[in-house]
Structures are given as structure tokens and as C-alpha cells.
Design a protein around this ligand. Sequence first.
Ligand code: BGC
Length: 572
Amino acid sequence: MSTIATILQDEISTATLQKGLYAIAACTLIGAAAYAGYKAAEPEAKHLPSHRHPESNEQIEKVLELLRLDDEDKLRIIMQSLEREMELGLSPATHPTADVKMFATYVRSTADGSETGQVLALDLGGTNFRVLLVDLLPQSKVELTSKIFVIPQSIMLGEGSYLFRHLADCLMEFMNKENLNKPGVRYPLGFTFSFPCKQEGLASARLSTWTKGFTCSGVVNEDVVKMLQAAIDEKNINVQCVALVNDTVGTLMACAYKDPNTEIGLILGTGTNACYMEKLDRVGTWDGDYNDPKQVIINMEWGAFGNNHRLNHIRTKYDEEVDLSSVNPGKQIFEKMISGMYMGEIVRLIMLDLIHQNLLFIGKCNGSEDFKTPLFTRGGFYTKYVSSVEMDEGIGFSNTRRVLEDIGIRNPSYDDCAIVQHICKIVSKRAARLAGAGLAVLINRINKPNVTVGVDGSLYRYHPRFKRNMEKCMQNLVSKNIKFLLQLSNDGSGIGAALTVAAAEALSNQEKSKRSYPLSDDGSGKGAGLIAVVASRYLQQLSQSTSTLHNHNNEKVPTQFQKHLSTLQSPM
Ligand code: BGC
């Protein structure tokens, strides 16, 4: 970045001169510009100002050309390559060196909407961390109480033990506020931990690598549930972590709670990743039993696709720069082309390149103070700006003007706004098409007549046309005999962890004697088992369990039911 910034300084006076020249050119060449600008343009190009010098429009298009993924054949090649990487991850021989890890979770089937009860959940996946109390109510209704806590940068980059202590502190604060401190009650907890983990059981998972700006030391290869539990116990909080889930799995579970066709969970937020239900006979790495249901949710960790250079043919110098200046260079290459943590930065780098070529903000970047503005600072252009800019319709550009003022461009011209919007559209469309191609691989592989994808994440949620762009490219990439539905999954990462706990609790109660289960031998199993009420269709015939539910007043209420055991696979 500094390279561009340095060169830019030398260019400032030239830029002022050129401003005048462009003004003259703009007056005399309106007609020619309009004609040439539109003629060769792709759909987005019509948003480029027509009264600019045609050459400048062409130059801008040339810069942006490499970011276009409109060619369907290119997407099909990417799809084939992803499927090959998936096979490498699923095969025991190649798994250790595979980039797309395809971690088998221990979740074997989805919730069926009958689970009820009150469960605590922690959701750690980005700069924000949430503590939740999830009420699973009859008829798939869910009530949430939650509090967001910030994870300071010093903790994200510090020692692992501090991170887990911070989580335990936040949990304690939340529980005190919600009066969840009844003596003698051990509260079960679901932990949504949205980083790549090799799961060794429902409540045992080793971190394989950090992503999304975290680098806490002493955590990679360690069991994060153990680390969290140690921090909880250190503070004498009466909580037992019963299940760890990835946010994609939580999203799948939460969506399936309402729609039984849900087979895929997708996150498009700070990071990106997908999980899906895979047949056991295709999971070479599976070391559990082959009982029904012969399936398991696979946490793909698709963000790492491309780490082995498989995506080099579509990467641009901006992608390379984003990667090199990240805390994990060479890693999460697919994620860095798609997700919210990086999209704004890609746009910023393109803007700087255009400034350097005197194609953008002409005459507006003079003065040394400019270099202290967000536009010239790494991370200074947020992905939420991309969404905001793309929300502008017509020629007013009110959002875009506001965003540009925020990053230090005073009185942006109509041209400036149009060009910035054009850049945002191309970068976000590329991301949507990449994610869409990835989803098409999964939907075709699942090959059922109706497939619902549960989707969550701020990028998907707040970007005005991400969903539309994904759907558009998927129409042609998904087999014609399959109908797919992209379904926004509200609060999936928190609710999903709670659902997994609810099911795990039932499993614990029913299977204690048969299986090694984390809660069964520490004496706290009973206490922890006091929350989940699982009223499934199988249950009428089952005897009354010892489980207890906390009602809304936090009083213990005896439960009547237990859940069918096949929901979850505990470690063998
Ligand atoms: C993580 C995944 C996670 C995704 C979305 C990625 O960086 O590796 O585990 O699911 O972000 O939060």
C-alpha cells in the first residue's frame, strides 16, 4: 500500500494540471465519450460517467477487467477444481496436506423442530463475541437474549489463555445480569467457535489454524473446549461446555429446524465457509460408526481453497496485496476474495490504483494531510461502505457521497461517485459469483430435488444484491433437475449451538451407559443434563427422563421427553 501512496505523492501536482485538461475534454467530447463508453461496456459500465474522456473510461475498464468473472466457463473450471480439493480433504491419504480440510463434525442429522428448552451459547467468530441465552420453544419458535462484547485487538493477537479468560469474564457478566446463578445448577453451554477445527468429538476440537485476524498464541493444535472449560472453572462459573460447533453447522442446524430440506450451511460475513450433509461412504476420514443415519455434516473450511495456487489464474495484484498485508499470508485465499474482512480493502486498493493513474478523485488528493485519511490507511474502507455505496440508485449518490466524505474526499464529483460505485459492484459481484459457484458444487453433489441452503453473515445480510448475484450465476451452474433455495438463517450461529446442546443432552441421558460422553464421567452430567427438553416425534414411547428445564423465570421444570439418539454421534 505504501508503494502506491508514495508514488501518489509525486503525482499530486500532475493531477491538478490534469483536472483542467479533463474539464476541457469533458466539455468537447461529451457525445464521443457517451458513445465509446457505452459501446463496449459490460452491464455495469453504463454507470461510468458518459461525459468523461472515453480513454479514461477505457483505462478504468482495463484495470477492472481482471476482476470480472462473467465468463461461465471460468466458473466451471473453478467448480471442478474445488471438487477435486474436496476429495483430497475427504481422503485419509491426502487429508493431512489438503487445503480444503473437509472436517467431519459429529453431527449426524439435523434438528427436527421439536427440540425445546433453555440453553446458553457462546458465539466467537470475529471481532465481536456474543453470549446468548436461547429459548427453544414449541413449533420451532426461538427466543433469544444476548449481549455483544468486543474482543480487543490486543486479545486477538495476544496469548490464548487471555482470550479464554476474557470469554469466561463476559459469560460471568451475562449470567449475573440474567440471574443465571442458581446454586447447585450446572448450566450446559454450546460453543460456536468459527475457526477451522479438527473435531474429535462433540465437545472436543483442536484448532488447526487461526483465521480472520486472530493469532492468539498457544491455541493451535490444542483442544479449545478444554481451554474454555479451564477458564470457566477458574472463575467458578457453574457451566459445562457440552458441544462445539462451527458457525456454518449452527446455521445449517438452525435453518433445518424450520425447513427439513436444509442440507447446506453457508456463512458470508467477516469470513466465509460452508458445511453440508455428506454420505458416510464418501467420507474416507470418518472413524465413527456406520449406523443410520449414514451421513455426517462436513465442515468444509472452503476459505482455504486456493492456498495451493489453484486460484492464481483469477487472482489480481489487489488480491495479492491484501494477502501479503494480512496476518496470515498465503492462507484463506478463497476467503480473501469473497468475505467482508477483505472486500473493502480490495476496493480501496483499486481506488488507489486509479488515483495513481489520474483516473479518480482528480485534484482532490493534494496536501500531505491526505495521507492520514482513511482512504490512504490500510483497512480504511470498510466492507459496509461497499453495501452502502451499492444501495444508491440513480444519480444522487447520497450514500456514496457520505462514504467518500468519511474516507476523506471532500465534495466528490459525480464522476468520482459513479466510478467508486462501479468498482464496488464489480468486486462484490466477483465475490458473489465465486460463492455461488462453490454452492453449485455442493448442490449438484447432494443431488436431491429440493435443496435449501441456510445462509448467514453480515455481507449476505446487508449487501443489497449479493443474494441476487449469487442466484443469477447459480441458475446456470446447478443441475436443471434441482430446485435450490437460499434462506437467510436468523442468528444461526447462536441458535445452532443451542440446538446441538439440546440434542446432545438427550443423547447424554439416554446413552450414558453405552458411550463415552464428556459429561458422563465427571459427575456433572446430571446437572448439565437438566436443561434440554427434547420433545421429538419419537418420544411418546420413551420413559420419563431425569432431565429438567429452566422456564422463563429460571425455575427448574421436570421434563417428560427424550430425543431419539441418532441425532448426534458421540466420540467412539
Ligand atoms: C473460518 C471458518 C468460519 C468462517 C465464517 C473462516 O475464517 O475458518 O471456520 O466458518 O470463517 O465465520
